[in-house]
Design a protein around this ligand. Structure first.
Ligand SMILES: Nc1ncnc2c1ncn2[C@@H]1O[C@H](COP(=O)(O)OP(=O)(O)OP(=O)(O)O)[C@@H](O)[C@H]1O
Length: 216
């Protein structure tokens, strides 16, 4: 859970252009303990692009992102220990088993296999630990990826469309897990076309509000 120092991520005046098209302008966001932010907007609005900027993975923008008062690139290795970024793909390697994938996805934290096996069981994958992911359904592959949310000790989760391919129970489980994380002082920035009404303290930011024709 959250580290000793208060967690502070500040994005200021973010502008991003793709293929000569301005996606968003003058975007500001502050994320501190207990923040729950959903980025909304139509396909192509720039949600994934913005998430990757906030994760420190995309540097092609104007403006500033600061973590604990420092420019993100200066403290990236510290930041990378404190935020989990999950892209919109399940990000599993098909030839590896469920357990091998979870080991690989969490390698930087060097977690015990027993904890990873428990996490797979919690996402309804007991008995599939040694099954290659190419033999799992899309929803099961997503669950392998989501099992990280039970074991990785990062205060900030940055999640891009994490509900993709989940069944009703999977959706309910993930909403519950997000609620628990935020209630315990964790933070979540998420993009989803799924309504997150059940999550307390939710702040929905419509990226269209930062489109240039609105900002002009
Ligand atoms: N690698 C890339 N190279 C060039 N343009 C890109 C690239 N990735 C995305 N784009 C463009 O950037 C814009 C924003 O894409 P982005 O994926 O951030 O949108 P999004 O809001 O996440 O959309 P969706 O709801 O469909 O996931 C789109 O117009 C897209 O065509």
């Amino acid at each position: 859970m959250p580290s000793q120092a208060p967690f502070e991520l500040h994005a200021t005046g973010l502008c991003c252009e793709r293929d000569d098209r301005m996606l968003f302008q003058n975007f500001d966001l502050t994320v501190t303990t207990g923040a729950m932010v959903q980025l909304a907007g139509p396909n192509g609005a720039g949600k994934t692009t913005l998430l990757r900027i906030l994760a420190g993975l995309n540097h092609d923008f104007d403006g500033e992102v600061r973590f604990a008062g420092h420019e993100l690139s200066e403290v990236y290795s510290d930041y990378a220990q404190q935020r989990l970024y999950m892209g919109h793909l399940a990000a599993v390697k098909k030839s590896l088993t469920a357990l091998e994938n979870l080991r690989w996805l969490t390698a930087q934290w060097q977690l015990a296999d027993a904890d990873l096996i428990d996490a797979l069981e919690a996402v309804e994958l007991a008995g599939y630990e040694d099954t290659p992911c190419q033999q799992l359904s899309a929803g099961q592959q997503r669950r392998v990826s989501l099992a990280r949310l039970l074991v990785v000790p990062t205060p900030l989760w940055i999640l891009d469309e994490p509900f993709t391919a989940l069944d009703k129970q999977g959706v309910a489980w993930l909403e519950q897990r997000i609620c628990e994380h935020v209630s315990a002082g964790g933070m979540v920035i998420i993009t989803s076309h799924h309504a997150l009404h059940a999550v307390p303290g939710l702040r929905v930011i419509d990226l269209d509000q930062w489109a240039p024709e609105v900002c002009a």
